[in-house]
Design a protein around this ligand. Sequence first.
Ligand code: ZN
Ligand code: ZN
Length: 742
Amino acid sequence: MGMERWKWRWRWKWIWENPFYRGFCTIPNSSISQPGSVQVQHVYTLCARGQLQEALTLFYAINIPHSQAYATLLQGCARHRCLDQGRALHHHMLAHNHEPDLFVTNHLINFYAKCGCLDVARQLFDQMPHRNLVSWTALITGYSQHDRPEDCFQLFSYMLAHHRPTEFAFASVLGSCDCIRGRQVHALVLKTSFDAYVYVANALITMYSKSLYSDDAWVIFQTMSTRSLITWNSMLAGFQLCGHGAQSLDLFSRMHCDGIGFDRATFLSVISSLCSEGNDVVLGLEHCYQLHCLASKTGFVSQVEVATALMIAYSKLGGDASECYRLFTETSDCQDVVSWTGIITSCAEQKPEQALLLFSQLRWEGLNPDCYTFSAVIKACACLATEQLGSAVHAQVVKAGFEEDTVLANALIHAYARCGSICWSEQVFNRIEFPDTVSWNSIFKAYALHGKAVEALQLFEQMNVQPDAATFVALLTACSHAGLVDEGTKIFDMMVQNYRIYPQRDHFACMVDILGRAGHLLEAEALIYRMPMEPDSVIWSALLGACRKHREPKMAELAGRKLMELDPKNSLGYVLMSNIYSSEGCFHNAAFIRKEMKGCRVRKEPGLSWIEIENQVHEFACGGQRHPQREAICAELEVLVGQLKEMGYVPETNSALHDIGEEHKEELLFCHSEKLALAFVVMNSGRSDWKTIRIMKNIRICLDCHNFMKLASDLLQREILVRDSNRFHHFRDGLCSCSDYW
Ligand code: ZN
Ligand code: ZN
């Protein structure tokens, strides 16, 4: 075997160095003795300096058709992707009856392939009386670079009948292979000992990483005797792509210790891998500071891509927004649309207003947003309370010619749904010509958010692409929000039986929710114990919520304990437990839970509501302390409550604190921010207004406010839309779209 390998390598070395096979030779010697040779020499010099246009002008001026000159100029055109100039050269060649030889034809193929005119390249290739390794490799590389994997692989297979591939052909074909073909090529690489070429091994690492087989990539990496910086970078990128952030960081520190050095690509991969899912956020932030420090020391921070990657990492890890902004301003002299998109992305979720402000500034800078910028801005719109901004951005998307972009359409479906305009989500979805799985999932999620389970299930029947795990989470959520037990159970079973998608925690959480809400508490509990993985806090809180609804204190105690164990800083478990105890009259236990909550330094998230009146957003806190017109709002609310009581409204004081009088309990209920917001709207818009009242809320709406809103929609004869942390409630004529399931 050892001898065999050596022989092969020797033979291919010979072929590669043989001038006949080399094909592309850049330094001409024979031309010196020909007429006009001094000028021709000058053409080469200009080409070597990158002055292609000058070289071409000179060449046409001296007008001596000459193979080497054509070759050199074509190479220049290929390098600078100058399609028109190269074509003109080809025409010149034909017009002067200069029959291109093997050498020049190879250059023509290479030129057309590099410029993406693969069919022309193929035609030339097919017409060649003789081909050599270079002809094949040039076309294979072209197919690979322009994303034509079928043609690439086919040509490579044909090639094997005539030639042993070069390392370049191997690397090119690997670049366009999926994993199944990639493994076949890998076998051939091993047979012909080409794995010893760093170039080929790097391509193998990338091929396996792209197919998310980072273990195979890692085996190749480890067995390599020599590695280049590209090898390390490929492996880092592989880990990052496969979501193995920790391994990527480990490899980087090994790289650093071994003195390998690094470049921009290294930085970009490592920084991106900080945000891999499942990574420790606190540790990630620390690493982010370290990398930032290293980037500053080595000067890479001034490169806009590195600064942008850092910005995005900081924002994803919940780092300081001002840090992001500082990074952004530091690169002010070379800011481009990518860095702007970076800063907009970093603000999108936490500071959506600022993201929109930056977006309008970008326009002032004379830059044109690309689809990534739009995607970030749409994300910001989804976090805001109003649909106006969403439709303004939508209009710009259309204007900029990105209407066909499915990724943006998917983001818009989500944003409109979050802003309460489900009909706009539907419209966007209907306009997508070829919806992908994400599009379908987005519209299902939109329906779920609005409690439109029947619509979601009907649409699912029409789904013409393969559903994935997220599809079923969306559908199950829709069923749980509408209380559809049978349909939910059917979907859950269908997922495994028809689609071989095995339920994850999310699916179980939905199922527990569906069963629990409908009062099938024992079934829900049994399902939790049947789960193949450990139930998490989301699942226990679903069961706890169901226990509260159906007054099942025994089971609630178990679920509450589990929830507090798994997520001691989450106020939900404590609050629900104390509510359950109070409503059962176990005030002693309720007090104990509240004390425990204080001991763990858990604070209930303060309730906040937002409404928009005439382009101004008003915020209401529980109790209304923050609002300057507090007195007037409370007076309006009092009138409203009086009228609603006449319609049969009874304040739900059951779950409030026990140690205060009944009257006081009512008072506390009336402080809830969504009631204050409603009173404020009524105060400002008058009762004759027909527009939908939209209230956004940060936590779940309570039972009392839900009753209150139902009756208020009847009293005011207006639709009231409340978005709480979980879903939408459309209140109309005394009823809610959630059918009291939430
Ligand atoms: Zn409330
Ligand atoms: Zn509701």
